[in-house]
Design a protein around this ligand. Structure first.
Ligand code: SF4
Length: 274
């Protein structure tokens, strides 16, 4: 059973390698994605529960942020780097909503990345602000796989619909396609469906990335593969950890993505970070 704990944060506007700052109103994420890169945060959390089964709610986040925006220089803020700011607890606590409003009103640029259609609730705040860009992660449009690898996140169809509504409301949008799981969500057929699904959206940009087997990530992915796709375990391990296979895999994936993206009208518009 998932554990939710209310905590008090000392700081909210943190340093980030992705942007000038990051804001994370939660520690932990109940979306429980198999490939989650933020699972290293467990060791700072004091929780014994597995990653994906606990969330600490920083209930004073907006109050702390209000103090911090007064003394820190405006810059670009990424929401959120080590959790999903719009995960289920946000429906009740509205911490990311309040922080987003504060950041936009005080002249910060905000980049949002989420897998939750709950963000649609906060379009009223984003409306009319050119200093915010809303992104959705879409790793696959195959719901039978999505349900297993991102079990508590919104369906891909809901995410696409949320982006469509946001763009219609004049909000700047982008997608992050990934991480592509080797031999599971990166086949030509899967990529074709993925690009077909996003090709009708008025996106400002699209980014695509492969799976990066960071510490702790491979264990979780391997456990998932062992259970659901045992035949993919060894091929995936080879392309993630064997240098020659990894290079060959990356080159092949880049070339297939480029061809399929071009076919769907993304020529020159796609940022690949493979
Ligand atoms: S939504 Fe992001 S932070 Fe949350 S479990 Fe999934 S990958 Fe991790």
């Amino acid at each position: 059973m998932a554990i939710l704990r209310e905590t008090a944060a000392k700081s909210i506007l943190g340093k980030s390698g992705i942007a000038d700052y990051c804001v994370n109103c939660y520690t932990g994420c109940l979306h429980n994605c198999v490939y989650c890169y933020a699972r290293f945060m467990k060791r700072f959390s004091g929780h014994d529960e597995p990653w994906g089964q606990f969330v600490d709610v920083k209930v004073n986040a907006p109050e702390i942020l209000l103090k911090e925006v007064k003394r820190k220089a405006p810059g670009h803020v990424f929401m959120s780097s080590v959790c999903d700011g719009w995960q289920p607890a946000e429906e009740k606590y509205q911490l990311s909503r309040r922080c987003l409003r504060l950041l936009l009103e005080t002249g910060f640029d905000v980049g949002i990345l989420t897998k939750s259609s709950l963000i649609a609730r906060d379009m009223d705040i984003m409306h009319g602000h050119s200093n915010v860009q809303l992104g959705m992660t879409i790793s696959t449009v195959d719901e039978s796989i999505r349900r297993k690898i991102e079990p508590a996140a919104s369906s891909s169809a809901e995410r696409l619909e949320t982006l469509r509504k946001a763009a219609a409301a004049g909000i700047r949008t982008y997608v992050f396609l990934g991480p592509l799981m080797p031999f599971l969500t990166d086949s030509d057929e899967q990529l074709d469906r993925l690009f077909a699904a996003i090709s009708t959206l008025p996106l400002e940009s699209a980014l695509v990335d492969k799976l990066n087997a960071r510490p702790g990530v491979w264990n979780a992915v391997a456990q998932y593969l062992r259970r659901h796709h045992p035949e993919l375990l060894e091929p995936a391990r080879r392309v993630l950890f064997n240098a020659d296979d990894a290079e060959e895999y990356r080159a092949d994936l880049r070339s297939r993505i480029s061809r399929i993206a071009d076919a769907h009208g993304f020529k020159g518009k796609l940022q690949s970070i493979l």
